[in-house]
Design a protein around this ligand. Sequence first.
Ligand SMILES: *Cc1c(COP(=O)(O)O)cnc(C)c1O
Length: 398
Amino acid sequence: MQIPFLVPDIAEAEIDEVVDTLKSGWLTTGPKTKKLERQLADFCNTNRLICLNSSTACTEMALRILGIGPGDEVITTAYTYTASASVICHVGATPVLVDTAKDSFEMDYDQMEKAITEKTKAIIPVDLGGVMCDYNRIFSIVTGKKHLYSSANKFQSAIGRIAVVADAAHALGATRKGKKCGEVADFTSFSFHAVKNFTTSEGGGLTWKAIQGIDDEEIYKRLNLLSLHGQSKDALEKTKLGEWEYDVVGTYYKCNMTDVLAALGIAQLKRYPGMLERRKDIIMTYDNAFKEFPVQVLKHYGKDFSSSGHLYCVRVSGKNRNECNVIMNKMAERGIATNVHYKPLPMLTAYKNLGFNIEEFPNAFEIFSNEITLPLYSKLTDEDVRYIVENLKACISS
Ligand SMILES: *Cc1c(COP(=O)(O)O)cnc(C)c1O
């Protein structure tokens, strides 16, 4: 048996919708992108959402609209993918990394609070594996630190405190305390990269909570300018007869979504609730199978939260990284691909060069030391899942 780490879930419906776009005569940002944006905003219970070419671009544009740049600090977790932190560097601000809490995949909120200075302009919590962070706690901390905050533009003063910009690359469809991911943080980015739950092959969505005193349309228009060369009309508007003339209001960026990719998303979104259910079934099967086994698993469902079920993270009790790598190799010999989420940022060259040292992040290091991520996707069959469970048990015990 061969079980890849991921097989994207693409049905005939997606193929048909993409072909329809290819035949339509309109390939780049246009009617399908606008349609997907409306549908995703409805899905997230928000007023507006913009689709861009990646979640990284979405988070970066959120920081840009907030006017965050050189001299500012932005806090994120050490236990994440580089994109959560590299965007801070892209805008010229200083990344401040915080350790995870002991035996948790989430940031240590006490340390996060201590890391706040008068330069802190945003916090980027990461909804790892699809599990939403404790936003009540995060908002109460940033509200408590209002006295340190000074605003540098109208978006910053309308928010009036450190902005919460969620990296929800994994978490489309997650809920916490009755709220959907997207309607909780000030800004929320989702990834539609091929390895994520919901995919347009590459792509991302940025949504936001209504900001008092600022029109959602103004934010949407500004995001369009930032993502499309600062051009006052998009390609579709320019095509209308007699409408060739446009202005460029800033030397901005290029990270718009195309209609070909949006078409994939439109078809995928119809199937997405079913895909989330399938992920839940698989997680329940894994959870039951590992109950009496010496592993700890990331908790995806609880009384007041439900994850999007993106990653099945296992921690093997009593093992170190080398021993876990041996287990992963044995799994590979049995045809099962596994992965590690994540090697903490301070262990990567770019972040070492920025002066980060893993010794200052003992909890993140400890999680990394015995973490193995199992395959989890809607195309896995029950038989695949049984095979993975049996073999993980065998490989850990042998
Ligand atoms: C995948 C991922 C991203 C980046 O998503 P892109 O759409 O590839 O830009 C950001 N953060 C996390 C945690 C991710 O896993």
